[in-house]
Design a protein around this ligand. Structure first.
Ligand code: GLP
Length: 239
């Protein structure tokens, strides 16, 4: 495990974007596992800046996202597909046909999940998986409870619904179900890049990195990953 502790959110974003940029530079046809949430917004801004300055070329890159809310289609401003398009994909030269987000509108959840895993496997897994951290230690939408290997539907915990309500007009609008990549695809990434900021995440991060490996803290499984890079700000990981 390699840990970078940065002064603030911006420095964290610059550091993490540098790691992703290095991957894209040395491996232009790489497969990036991407995340949503507020944490990676600064990273995506940095990647856009690097693209605009001619430093990065995404034309051969493929992306697979971690998760999606159920019941929201890609045109809904709260869907993760919408977030990815507006926060990153619309601003770089990626081929949108090579960007994948689980289908939250599916009528056949079982098939959708199986296909998502098969898709990731057909790509040979991800080269780099970017992860944020939930306040309850979740990664993607792998909620506390049990370690689940495959892509699966999930009933969101009360804690997660409350934490994500800030992005909606009203808590009643937050979907209660989501579909998430499972831990097998996350753990088989060649590199896992976990980014965490803010003191509201410090307890979850401490448990994830230094506590027992337990499904009560899904991110704790990352301790077993052979190439885990953590980029945190000082509030999330006080020294
Ligand atoms: C959501 C996403 C996670 C993300 C987490 C943290 O629940 N499914 O992938 O890591 O929120 O979000 P934020 O970065 O906004 O704190």
């Amino acid at each position: 495990m390699r840990i970078y502790i940065e002064d603030n959110y911006d420095a964290m974003s610059v550091r993490a974007a540098g790691i992703i940029a290095a991957e894209v530079t040395v491996n232009p046809a790489c497969v990036l596992g991407l995340a949503t949430g507020t944490t990676p917004i600064g990273i995506y801004e940095q990647l856009i800046r690097k693209y605009e300055q001619g430093e990065l070329d995404f034309s051969e890159v493929t992306t697979v996202n971690l998760d999606e809310y159920c019941g929201l289609d890609g045109n809904s401003p709260h869907s993760y597909r919408y977030f990815m398009n507006h926060t990153l994909f619309d601003h770089i030269n990626i081929d949108k046909d090579n960007t994948f987000v689980p289908d939250g509108m599916t009528k056949d959840m079982e098939e959708t999940c199986e296909n998502y895993d098969a898709l990731i496997e057909s790509m040979g897994g991800t080269d780099l998986q970017l992860l944020g951290l939930g306040q309850n230690g979740h990664i993607g939408f792998n909620e506390p409870g049990e370690f689940i290997a495959e892509t699966h539907p999930v009933e969101l915990s009360e804690n997660t619904i409350k934490a994500n309500a800030r992005l909606f007009d009203d808590i009643s609008q937050v979907p209660t179900m989501a579909v998430t990549m499972g831990l097998k695809s996350i753990m088989s990434a060649r590199t896992v890049l976990l980014v965490v900021n803010g003191k509201q995440k410090s307890m979850a991060l401490k448990k994830a990195l230094f506590g027992p490996i337990t499904p009560k803290v899904p991110a704790s499984i990352l301790q077993l990953h052979p190439n885990l890079i953590v980029v945190a700000d000082k509030e999330a990981l006080p020294v």
